[in-house]
Design a protein around this ligand. Structure first.
Ligand code: MN
Length: 236
């Protein structure tokens, strides 16, 4: 872990007939490359958003941030290949399998974004307030065991273990509709986020009924006005 990033991979290499296990820079470089667009879109002297960083060890994290920017949306992020693969979900995730929620692919975010909660200055990209609406871990389903490969292929099945979100979900890329076209890097592609039918499914469940941060107990309003929340957040 020379770099402090959680994304360093290890691979066996053979040198002079000896098999060694050395840290590979390849995984970390891939993550840095994936963050080029994220960094280009932001001025880190102005925004409090992180340029990099990593969440707790162990991998397989997910986070959902409720973000009141020009338009309210929820940012759904899965830790994949050393970055947070991200989708903007206008109406938020639902535990109701009848709700097929639009999820627009966004630029990969650094792992340090996992716990980001705060105010993005009004004139910056994404200006508005952000709370950590839910967080936890995910497990790839047996159908799609390799998250990176599945996301590239446009269909990923996984189970969430969060504070609010539980159970089996699928993210599936659509052929596209509406006025935005996907960019060559895949951003702005339209996906659907759907809870699969299982014991954790809750018909009628709506994200807007659960407005508190799992990190601080605050609402977006309380973050925006820098007020202390009245509720006690549960530790991850
Ligand atoms: Mn956002």
């Amino acid at each position: 872990m020379a770099s402090g990033h959680a994304s360093v991979n290890y691979m066996g290499v053979v040198v002079m007939g000896y098999s060694l296990c050395v840290p590979s820079r390849a995984g970390d470089e891939l993550a840095q490359e994936k963050l080029t667009q994220y960094r280009a879109m932001r001025d880190f002297d102005v925004t409090a958003e992180p340029a990099g960083g990593s969440p707790a060890a162990g991998g397989g994290h997910f986070v959902v941030q409720r973000h009141r920017a020009r338009r309210l949306h929820y940012d759904f992020r899965l830790e994949v290949d050393g970055v947070l693969a991200s989708w903007a979900v206008p109406r938020g995730p639902s535990l109701d399998p009848g709700q097929r929620r639009l999820a627009v692919r966004a630029e990969d975010h650094p792992l340090g974004y996992f716990a980001f909660e705060g105010v993005i200055p009004a004139h910056e990209y994404g200006g508005g307030d952000v709370i950590v609406w839910d967080w936890g871990t995910y497990r790839a389903s047996d159908d799609t065991p390799d998250a990176a490969q599945a996301v590239d292929a446009g269909e990923f099945k996984f189970e969430l273990e969060g504070e609010k979100l539980h159970g089996a979900f699928v993210l599936v890329r659509t052929a596209g509709f509406g006025r935005y076209r996907a960019r060559p890097d895949g951003s702005r592609a339209k996906w659907l986020l759907i809870h699969r039918r299982d014991d954790d499914a809750v018909p009628g469940w709506d994200a807007e009924d659960e407005p508190y941060s799992v990190k601080s107990g605050r609402t977006n309003d309380e973050v925006a006005t820098r007020r202390r929340g009245r509720r006690t957040a549960r530790p991850l």
